[in-house]
Design a protein around this ligand. Structure first.
Ligand code: DSN
Length: 478
């Protein structure tokens, strides 16, 4: 691919947009500059390829295509069928899955599709059976009450939020917490690791319909073989949300017991994190759940987004190339180098390190909340996000942690030496920042003090660090 072609494509696109609303064209250009100049350590972000980005910006966006390949509720979907089938084929091949559903618009959507599929498959309900065979009009008022009672009283066991679980795994601020009676398993307070015996005990006591594996802030591998055994022992369906680490599964860094696909009944993911595709979601499942999963739209999803499915097909094709495995391994190597750099400078890390793409720093050792640390780092050109740590005394808003991840910087080409320099920059900011006070002199969990000159200096050092690894080197908008 010539660099000229990428520059021409994006320059021309911006020229066309500028003719209608120049402020949008300017904002798109400014976003590229911001992304190029900041040290992006958000564990859930990445940089999709120019081919993936371009596959989204076209007339596929205009097409409605409710239904599935070859069985649509709208006419004229032959080209949508092509890209949806391609994306699903790449997904099945890449992950060794029996079935792939590539329509979900996001991770939450993918999880809702999975929850519905499991409820519909597992809940013993004569009313539901009637509804499933499309005798909806025959359902009496009593049937509807029974149906709601039966579906609404199901149990889910997932990882607790402060141990690194995700909001969509049954927590109250999310619809999943309103749909399910949820209980969670945490981590061992001494090691920070999942204690599988405790998970088994919780499953025996609670008897969930769904056991959820997966996380958004747990820095270690998870043994999915053991979790499946636990699910089987209590008759639960085993679901894994691999949104954060799908790229490590695709790149065969997580294999055997650590690859969820052969062990779980159903696996959900986003496509834009370590997998490096477009914003979106996906569900992989065993054959017995395929029919229910394919009812995702219109059951819980709006019309599929054909332009995003086209981009998923492109990104999944990229992930099937041999160099993606090298990329995935470098993500983990970089996270470990970053962890070592931080530990050697005195930082406290949850679990003492990492074996995936993310590191969770407990910033209470620096005398800061997560919110103070996040803002001080941002002032210094380092983009991270605050995150709870296990048993966090500061709750989910202020938090005591900073989550950092390496998928994005690894895409740019940074390696172990640069991770050590990044650790130095982070450590310098955190040691030089102090907690601030409110106007009445009481301690603030949000205010902080950091010398502006130092913040500027660190930001320049961060930009220098990135200069050798240009983002989108083939795109010149000037
Ligand atoms: N926002 C994503 C994350 O950071 O984990 C998913 O919710």
């Amino acid at each position: 691919m010539s660099r000229n072609a990428e520059s021409t494509a994006f320059r021309s696109a911006l020229e066309v947009i500028r003719a209608v609303e120049p402020r949008v064209a300017d904002a798109i250009g400014a976003e590229l500059t911001d992304q190029r100049e900041s040290l992006k350590l958000i564990a859930s972000e990445n940089y999709a390829s120019p081919a993936t980005l371009l596959a989204m910006g076209n007339w596929f966006s205009d097409k409605y295509a409710e239904g599935t390949v070859g069985r649509r509720f709208y006419a004229g979907c032959q080209n949508v069928d092509t890209v949806e089938a391609l994306a699903a084929e790449h997904a099945r091949e890449l992950f060794g899955a029996a079935h792939a559903y590539v329509q979900p618009h996001s991770g939450i959507d993918a999880n809702l599709v999975a929850f519905w599929a499991v409820l519909a498959d597992r809940v013993e309900s004569p009313a539901l059976k009637k509804a499933q065979v499309r005798q909806v009009n025959d359902l009496t008022e009593a049937d509807w009450f029974a149906l709601r009672r039966e579906l609404g009283n199901q149990r889910m066991l997932g990882m607790s939020l402060d141990a690194g679980g995700h909001l969509t795994h049954g927590f109250r601020p999310n619809i999943s917490g309103k749909m399910f009676d949820q209980r969670s398993y945490g981590t061992d307070p001494a090691t920070g690791l999942i204690d599988y015996d405790r998970v088994a005990e919780a499953a025996r006591e609670f008897k969930p319909l769904i056991l959820v594996g997966g996380y958004s802030a747990y820095p270690r591998k998870v043994n999915f073989r053991i979790l499946r055994e636990i699910a089987d022992s209590v008759g639960a369906t085993f679901m894994v949300d691999m949104a954060h680490f799908a790229g490590l599964v695709a790149g065969k860094v997580f294999t055997g017991d650590f690859d969820p696909v052969p062990h779980a009944h159903i696996v959900t993911t986003t496509t834009h994190k370590s997998l490096r595709g477009p914003r979106g979601g996906m569900v992989l499942c065993q054959p017995e759940l395929a029919d229910q999963v394919d009812r995702g739209c219109p059951m819980v999803l709006g019309g599929p987004l054909p332009h995003v499915m086209a981009a998923k097909a492109v990104a999944l094709a990229e992930a099937r190339r041999p160099d993606f495995a090298d990329y995935a391994q470098r993500i983990v190597d970089n996270a470990q180098a970053l962890a070592e750099g931080l530990l050697s400078r005195g930082a406290t890390l949850v679990t003492g390190g990492t074996d995936n793409h993310l590191v969770l720093i407990d910033v209470s050792g620096y005398g800061l909340t997560g919110r103070q640390a996040e803002q001080a780092l941002l002032d210094s050109g380092i983009v991270t996000n605050r995150n709870s740590v296990p048993q966090d005394p500061n709750g989910a808003w202020y938090t005591s942690g900073i989550r950092i991840g390496t998928p994005a910087l690894t895409t740019r080409g940074l390696g172990a030496a640069e991770m050590d320099q990044t650790a130095e920059l982070i450590h310098t900011v955190l040691t030089q920042t102090t907690a601030g006070a409110n106007a009445d002199g009481t301690p603030s969990k949000a205010k902080y003090n950091l010398d502006a000159g130092l913040a500027d200096k660190i930001a320049r050092q961060a930009t220098d660090l990135l200069a050798t690894y240009p983002l989108y080197p083939g795109i010149d908008l000037s």
